[in-house]
Design a protein around this ligand. Structure first.
Ligand code: AMP
Ligand code: FES
Ligand code: ZN
Length: 299
């Protein structure tokens, strides 16, 4: 197969785009997809500071690289979860990557704020991944807000977004459907959340890392035992195989025709949030979810 752009031998075949690309043209394609996402969904205004949540996995390392190459002012934040045999090497890999590429990186240790994940796991009687995700999201936002970042970027890709959308559709969960999308605008103490890789698949970010020599962390979290929504992802992989282009079409059509309907419903029946009595961040009760978890762990 020949590269669609330059006619050289193609290295990456992309059936959903009816194209194959050589390494150089694939990188241009990858950047273009991110540029389109940023422009269409008003993710970053010129000169704005962006905080990138870097886990050490392929998506967030690729995201840091591509946003920087597009000229954006990026700083990384890695959340060290305190998980034995996992968090130290993941953090070391993330630090090495940022040092070698000249990216500023902050490391926040949840153990320093009374929330080392093994202790949280022992104290709460809910699936640890959901609780851990809540803690991470709280500190991503808090760090961004307190340090003057205009936006918080995460490495969610098209497969993540489509699987989440499908799960929300299966439950017709209006609240989640109304707030799902590549950009969530800022509001009060919530900074803008952006997902600049939403037009790129897991395969495409993996290919980008491979071709750019980005050495990412590959092992799954020892507590989660693997990626989330694996069943839904497999379903969409089959659909995509049978009919290339289905994934992006399903997601873009939701953004164009479905999301606003749910967002409108949300605006009408929205619960008022008040500042958490302990940390001051928006909460539906006296204490926010994260401060409640901290209290449980401290008991
Ligand atoms: P996940 O939910 O693990 O697939 O992660 C989704 C995104 O959240 C990643 O692409 C990162 O941007 C961010 N992320 C997850 N875990 C961490 C972490 N420990 N530190 C910083 N960012 C993270
Ligand atoms: Fe949070 Fe595994 S429990 S990353
Ligand atoms: Zn709180």
């Amino acid at each position: 197969m020949k590269c669609k752009r330059c006619g050289e031998l193609a290295a990456v075949k992309l059936p959903s785009h009816h194209a194959g690309f050589c390494p150089g043209c694939f990188e241009l394609f990858f950047r273009k997809q991110v540029e389109t996402a940023v422009r269409r969904h008003a993710m970053i205004a010129p000169g704005e500071k962006v905080l990138v949540a870097v886990s050490g996995g392929k998506d967030s390392l690729a995201l840091m690289r591509v946003l920087s190459d597009l000229g954006h002012d990026v700083t990384g934040l890695h959340v060290h979860l305190g998980i034995p045999d996992s968090s130290d090497p993941v953090c070391a890999r993330t630090e090495a990557y940022c040092r070698e590429n000249g990216f500023a990186l902050h490391v926040l240790r949840t153990g320093d704020v009374g929330l080392a994940i093994p202790k949280v796991k022992a104290a709460v009687h809910r699936p640890i991944c959901a609780v851990c995700g809540k803690i991470k999201r709280h500190y991503f936002n808090r760090f961004a807000y307190e340090n003057g970042f205009a936006a918080l970027a995460t490495g969610h890709n098209l497969d993540d977004e489509v699987a989440r959308l499908f799960a929300n559709v299966l439950r017709w969960d209006a609240t989640y459907l109304g707030s799902q999308g590549p950009t969530l605008p800022s509001e009060g103490r919530f900074v803008r959340k952006i997902k600049p890789l939403y037009r790129l698949t897991e395969f495409e970010t993996a290919a980008y890392c491979f071709l750019k020599g980005i050495d990412h962390w590959k092992a799954a979290c020892p507590y989660s035992g693997g990626a989330s929504f694996t069943g839904h992802k497999k379903l969409f992989a089959d659909l995509e195989h049978a009919s290339p282009g289905q994934k992006i079409a399903f997601y873009e059509a939701f953004l164009a025709k479905g999301r606003e309907h749910f967002a409108e419903t949300n605006r009408e029946g929205r619960q008022q949030l008040t500042p958490c009595a302990s940390c001051g961040y928006p909460s539906s009760g006296e204490l926010c979810g994260v401060c409640r978890i901290r209290a449980l762990v401290a008991k």
